[in-house]
Design a protein around this ligand. Structure first.
Ligand code: IMP
Ligand code: MG
Length: 182
């Protein structure tokens, strides 16, 4: 695997497609066993989580459903900073076993707000699945139940993760190289 360049920045290979797919298969088996006899609703947070959510969904061998939401951000007028509103959820999640699927949890600020919004809709249960998790960057009380890979506090692209809209279509995951190229 070769390095990639986006916006003049060098990215080096970090997690190969084969490892990603093996881990997704493992998570699929784990979720299938945890939710055996249930019909969980996976909710994919667009755009970044789309490849992971679809692969994970197809890795389930139980009855399951999938739906997609988008977070619209705008600057709040109060002291709360950026407010994120859930867009596109068309069905009721009341009484459902919901699994929120994200690409990455960095500070956790997005997920903590989303989780609260979802809990207010009274699902029977709610768990978080994230492909990537940066524990050292966490600033909010978020506890993802299913984690693909815990990674250092570095900037990642590929397999859904973007740099200004680019690189989502890479099948491997890349990390921003340090100045010494490591
Ligand atoms: P938060 O800091 O946990 O709220 O992360 C919010 C969002 O920032 C994630 O859903 C991603 O879209 C984006 N993000 C965080 N870290 C990275 C990264 O390393 N690469 C690309 N996007 C990222
Ligand atoms: Mg995201």
């Amino acid at each position: 695997m070769k390095q990639k360049t986006y916006q003049g920045l060098t990215f080096r290979p970090f997690i190969e497609s084969d490892s990603i797919q093996a881990r997704v298969a493992e998570l699929g088996r784990q979720i299938s066993s945890d939710y055996a006899g249930k019909n969980p609703l996976m909710i994919c947070v667009l755009n970044g989580a789309a490849p992971f959510a679809m692969d994970l969904f197809r890795a389930l061998d139980i009855d399951a459903e999938i739906s997609f939401i988008r977070l619209k951000s705008y600057e709040g007028t109060g002291s709360t900073g950026t407010v994120k509103e859930v867009m596109g959820l068309t069905e009721s999640i009341e009484g459902r076993d919901v699994i929120l699927v994200e690409d990455i949890i960095d500070t956790g600020n997005t997920m903590v707000k989303l989780e609260a919004d979802m809990r207010a809709m009274r699902p029977a249960s709610l768990r978080i699945a994230t492909l990537l998790f940066k524990p050292e960057a966490l600033q909010a009380p978020v506890e993802p139940h299913y984690v693909g890979f815990s990674i250092p506090k570095k900037f990642i692209i590929g397999y859904g993760l973007d740099i200004d809209g680019a690189a989502r279509n890479l099948n491997d995951i890349y990390v921003l190289a340090d100045e010494d190229g490591k």
